[in-house]
Write a protein that binds this ligand. Structure first.
Ligand SMILES: C[C@@](CO)(OP(=O)(O)O)[C@H](O)COP(=O)(O)OP(=O)(O)OC[C@H]1O[C@@H](n2ccc(N)nc2=O)[C@H](O)[C@@H]1O
Ligand SMILES: Nc1ncnc2c1ncn2[C@@H]1O[C@H](COP(=O)(O)OP(=O)(O)O)[C@@H](O)[C@H]1O
Length: 337
């Protein structure tokens, strides 16, 4: 009997991320941009519980314990507030992760000889996601769900796959999924999926401020291309600053503050100009540096230590009535609870 059958379900967690540096190169023929990304996993965790089914079906639901369940935006024509919930069907990244693993395992089973009359495994699962990472916020929440689903289902179905094999599967789901499996800090090249893990020996403390609305990742990349074209700027092969990478590894907040950079900040601010006010407010309240996280619109502020993080979060909440949360990194990658 499998352990999961004894205990009923398996739960995995995976971290949200920030990009301490995100350099974006040219648009490739496959519709992706070459990037050089300094990924940094932080202590905001997504949780995925996987309960086995007798059949091959996959279901997904969002737990009521979630901090975030979707995004809102104002319709420019009617002025009405439109809420978009995280999908709870085959479009959910956790669903897609479980389906990819199920189909891979079914194929593997079919390729090995089993004794006559053997019952094929069903590989069905009910997934419940608890979302603590802002939705469509540039912190890779959906990717973390996919990573946690891969780790949970792999344990549930006793797949016997290594983290590296799961990361390879994850790359088929999204450029950020392999990093959510790996965690810690890493340099990402290619579309971000080609990872070089970094050895870290120091922490960094940040304050995360989600926006009340979301931004679409492809639209932010597209806006960057248009902004560059307008001023006749040719995108160059993206590179990371080695001093920044070293500073992130040693937890040298002072140096990280001067070198952190994000090519997607300008298009994100262009799409949501209020982000500039938020960045200013964080600096006024004592942050060492502020930057848009990935494709945004979540804003992150780098601070000296844990005490400064909770102080800044409180001040931002009081001054702007926003949800601001102190986090730290590097956080471990997807793992079973
Ligand atoms: C920008 C970043 C920074 O880490 O993440 P977020 O900040 O959105 O979380 C990533 O590049 C996003 O990664 P992820 O969200 O996994 O992207 P995917 O689902 O693979 O791709 C969604 C779409 O984004 C665009 N895309 C993504 C990655 C990349 N290197 N170049 C791109 O142009 C493409 O239009 C693609 O179709
Ligand atoms: N499990 C999931 N959690 C969040 N969003 C998801 C999920 N699965 C699919 N999506 C879709 O992916 C989009 C981007 O999600 P998310 O990963 O939260 O943002 P980002 O790419 O900015 O880090 C959402 O708008 C949503 O429609």
């Amino acid at each position: 009997m499998r352990d999961s059958e004894l205990f009923g379900h398996v739960t995995a967690v995976a971290p949200g991320k920030v990009n301490l540096s995100l350099r974006v190169g040219p648009l490739r023929p496959d519709g992706y941009h070459s990037v050089a990304s300094l990924y940094y996993a932080v202590s905001l965790l997504e949780e995925v519980s996987a309960t086995p089914r007798q059949d091959s079906a996959i279901t997904v639901s969002i737990s009521e314990r979630s901090t975030f369940t979707g995004t809102t935006h104002t319709d420019p024509e009617s002025g009405a507030t439109v809420t978009t919930e995280v999908p709870q069907d085959e479009h959910n990244l956790a669903y897609r992760a479980a389906a990819l693993l199920r189909d891979t395992l079914k194929e593997r089973d079919a390729a090995v000889l089993t004794f006559p009359g053997a019952e094929p495994s069903a590989y069905g699962v009910d997934l419940t996601i608890t979302k603590n990472v802002p939705v469509a916020g540039g912190m890779g929440g959906g990717s973390a769900d996919a990573a946690a689903a891969l780790v949970a289902c792999s344990a549930l179905w006793e797949a016997g796959l290594t983290k590296e094999q799961l990361a390879e599967l994850g790359a088929q789901l999204g450029a950020d999924v392999p990093f959510a499996i790996l965690g810690g800090a890493a340099v990402g090249q290619g579309t971000g999926e080609n990872l070089s893990p970094l050895l870290t020996r120091g922490e960094l403390h940040l304050v995360i401020v989600p926006a009340s609305t979301g931004l679409s990742t492809p639209e932010v990349y597209g806006t960057l291309d248009r902004m560059r074209a307008e001023v006749g700027l040719q995108a160059e092969a993206p590179e990371l600053d080695n001093d920044l990478v070293r500073a992130a590894c040693t937890g040298d907040a002072e140096l990280v503050a001067t070198l952190m950079a994000n090519d997607l900040q300008a298009p994100a601010v262009h799409m949501l100009p209020d982000l500039d006010d938020m960045l200013d407010a964080g600096m006024v309240e004592g942050a060492m540096q502020g930057m848009v996280s990935g494709s945004g619109p979540t804003v992150m502020f780098l601070v000296r230590d844990a005490a400064s993080a909770s102080q800044l979060a409180t001040r931002l909440q009081e001054r702007l009535d926003v949800w601001a949360v102190p986090v730290h990194g590097p956080a471990p990658g997807a793992r079973l609870l």
